[in-house]
Design a protein around this ligand. Structure first.
Ligand code: CDT
Length: 342
């Protein structure tokens, strides 16, 4: 067995007026809870510490206040985020942390997640959101819910790089430096292979498959998904009420993460920021940990701060990766040309 206890730290609403220190405190409280429950990895939502600001038209300092900058090339030293890394260090806990990133030298904005290894006390991987949803210009109607990610972020430039989480599982064979993540001699025995996505990315099977082809065992994904925005999502008779639209958004969330976990024989930890922000912008909850057969292992039951925890056994991934449906072995790439060329 390759067992590890993992946690998803769902966050309830964070409003424009919520002080950052208050949200960081809430996040730390969830980490404390995870530590008590012996979690070795905690996953936070997309742009976790602040309100989902891309719904607003902002510029100058009003916009910049939501972005974090690395210090000496290290996100763990960024003043706003540092308390989270400090606590994770104390607990030797690994952490996926989503935040809005402003690069130091050239001032580029990305929607970013980093993976901090509590075992080696270092940020060992960074992912920048590739699939940015929404529009550059706001909708004309002042009642519309905007999603101005194309205005505020550049598409991620780091691709989908799987990585190993050192010593996350006791007894795993440590990789020689320079070993590729899916090197066959240790596949299934080495440190676990991880991949990161951010929100909208989870709807693209190509993104998951990029990780699947690197032997991924756990995909981590934080999200902020609006529960009601007819402008963005379109309308139909089927989703004519707020309640029905939310039901559909929750259904599509689960559909994506369950199917793609199955199709790539990996676990996934999917974590929402949710509830109604600023009294008028509803976000779905539905945080869940999914196994490599596509089954939901545990799911949040509220739209508030809530920790979901599960012990997962990564040895279970071997069946899907090695037996009859092994997607890697039986693909027919000679027929897939359009996927990468159009
Ligand atoms: N944050 C984010 O990427 N949200 C998108 C919603 C897009 S438009 C409703 C998502 O895919 O959940």
């Amino acid at each position: 067995p390759r067992k590890v206890i993992v946690a998803g730290a769902q966050l309830g609403p964070v409003h424009v007026y919520t002080p950052l220190s208050e949200t960081i405190e809430r996040m730390i409280k969830l980490m404390d809870d995870g530590h008590q429950k012996q979690a070795k990895l905690i996953v936070y939502p997309e742009i976790a510490p602040v309100t989902f600001f891309p719904r607003h038209i902002l510029e100058g300092d009003e916009l910049e206040q939501y972005f974090d900058r690395e210090v000496d090339g290290d996100p763990a030293k960024s003043p706003n985020l540092k308390p989270l890394f400090d606590r994770a260090r104390e607990y030797k806990m690994d952490m996926y942390l989503g935040y809005a990133e402003c690069t130091g030298d050239d001032h580029v904005h990305y929607n970013t997640a980093v993976y901090y290894s509590g075992q080696v006390d270092r940020v060992i991987s960074k992912y920048r959101k590739v699939h940015l949803p929404g529009t550059f210009e706001p909708y004309a109607s002042k009642d519309a819910t905007n999603q101005l990610e194309k205005r505020y972020f550049k598409p991620g430039n780091l691709g989908f790089q799987a990585f190993r989480a050192p010593d996350l599982i006791p007894g795993a064979v440590t990789q020689k430096s320079g070993t590729k993540p899916n090197e066959p001699d240790t596949l299934g025995k080495g440190d676990p292979i991880m991949g990161m996505l951010i929100c909208n990315d989870r709807r693209w099977p190509e993104a998951w498959r990029e990780y699947g082809l690197q032997g991924v065992e756990v995909v981590l994904c934080g999200y902020n998904t609006t529960a009601w925005s007819p402008d963005l999502l379109g309308t139909s008779e089927k989703i004519s009420t707020r309640e029905k639209a939310k039901e559909e958004a929750l259904f599509h969330n689960k559909l994506c993460v369950a199917y793609n976990s199955y199709a790539n024989a990996c676990f996934s930890i999917n974590v929402a920021k949710c509830g109604v922000e600023d009294g008028k912008y509803p976000l779905i909850g539905g945080s869940c940990i999914v196994d490599c057969d596509g089954a939901v292992v545990v799911e949040a039951s509220t739209e508030e701060d809530e920790l979901i925890v599960a012990e997962i056994d990564l040895a279970m991934c071997r069946r899907g990766k090695e037996k009859v449906f092994a997607f890697e072995r039986h693909r027919r790439i000679e027929h897939y040309g359009r996927i990468a060329t159009q």
